[in-house]
Design a protein around this ligand. Structure first.
Ligand code: PLP
Length: 367
């Protein structure tokens, strides 16, 4: 079976875990400090980084640290992992599901603007399939209505806008390092922002709200006499996860090249196919997923056809506005994509020959 997604881990990561065992402390300590520092270097030292235990907690803490909570509203595209929605509603805020652009799968700015009320505090830009979509228009909208912009960059670690890396610019950017993302910590996430005050607040919130505990943890100590002023969470990253992440970060260039080669092979192999491709700049994006649009209600049939040929596919995503908790209306593009999107296998363990095989099978489906 050709897997939809898979990590790429080797002896280097095993050795890194061994180093943590030898060091003697598994919790949040010097490996996490090092991971945060090397991520800041990765982002050209333009931003501050706080590492946490999942991408979901990165989003949750980012929204909470903005002071967003009960009674506030956050605009989120319906086509995203349910984590974006759950992380937001965890703060008590109301999630306003928005429609998406058909060509990119990213939030539709016009639809988002139509859903703004006096309670709207933030817009979440999900980099769907690594796509930056209409990013400039999103920031312009945010400026017009005085909204925070939280970028869910779980799909776009390593991607650029042509000149700068995702994370180097913007307001608040959240990454996931779960088992199948562009780099993995096993489990992990990070919040990245130029807003130093916000980052310092998140540093406390990730340690159950214990004030200034991060500095002590990084010195191999912990605070015994401390104050807590706000609801915090046990969201810090462990040394084991950070050690894996440090090793993966060293491999990002080869991972990026591998994913880019595969995505371009799909784009070339499917250019004359009845399936539609997203409008995406494959020179800039490190493709975490490779979704195609299967027209004429044939998505499920193609999915079964490929499964019979030992090719695993995925559906990113069932629209969140169709879930009971987040029910909303008038998201026709998201409705269509929810029935038409099909994600093809992409991960560092695949070869261009594998992609040729997938494209050939899709050709046979339509033959
Ligand atoms: C993976 C993912 C998340 C959540 O990250 P976890 O580390 O799994 O918690 C959030 N949003 C999107 C779009 C994702 O793909």
């Amino acid at each position: 079976m050709m897997k939809l997604s898979r990590y790429s881990l080797g002896n280097e990561e095993l050795q890194a875990i061994q180093d943590v065992f030898n060091d003697g402390y598994l919790g949040m300590g010097k490996f996490v400090m090092q991971f945060e520092k090397e991520l800041e270097t990765f982002f050209s030292n333009k931003t501050n980084v706080v590492a946490v235990n999942t991408g979901t907690s990165a989003l949750h803490l980012a929204i909470q640290a903005c002071g967003i909570g009960t009674g506030d509203e956050v605009l989120i595209p319906s086509i995203t992992y349910v984590a974006s929605f759950q992380a937001t509603s965890a703060t008590g805020a109301i999630v306003i599901a928005c429609d998406v652009d058909l060509s990119t799968g990213c939030i539709c700015v016009k639809d988002a603007e139509s859903r703004i009320t006096k309670n709207t505090k933030a817009i979440m830009h999900v980099h769907y399939a690594g796509n930056l979509g209409n990013r400039d228009a999103i920031f312009a909208l945010a400026q017009k209505y005085n909204l925070r912009v939280i970028e869910d960059a779980a799909h776009s670690f390593g991607s650029t806008n042509g000149t700068e890396r995702v994370g180097e610019t913007g307001d608040i950017t959240c990454f996931s390092f779960d088992g199948i993302k562009n780099i993995t910590c096993g489990e992990g996430g990070a919040v990245v922002s130029t807003d130093k005050e916000l980052i310092n607040k998140i540093k406390d919130l990730r340690l159950l709200g214990v004030e200034k505990d991060t500095e002590n943890r990084f010195k191999g100590k912990r605070s015994w006499d401390f104050d807590v002023k706000e609801q915090g969470w046990r969201y810090h990253m462990s040394n084991i996860n950070a050690a894996i992440g440090l090793t993966q970060l060293k491999k990002i260039n080869s991972f990026s090249n591998a994913r880019r080669t595969l995505a371009k092979a799909y784009a070339a192999g499917l250019q004359n196919s009845p399936v539609q491709l997203l409008n995406i700049n494959l020179d800039h994006v490190v493709s975490h997923i490779y979704p195609i649009i299967v027209p004429n209600n044939q998505r499920n049939a193609l999915r079964e056809f490929l499964m019979e040929r030992n090719i695993e596919t995925g559906i990113h995503y069932k629209p969140n506005h169709l879930l009971t908790k987040y029910a909303a209306t008038n998201c026709p593009n998201a409705d269509f994509l929810g029935e038409s999107l099909l994600s093809l296998p992409i991960h560092v363990g695949l070869t261009e020959d594998d992609i040729v095989k997938v494209c050939k099978s899709i050709g046979e489906f339509y033959a």
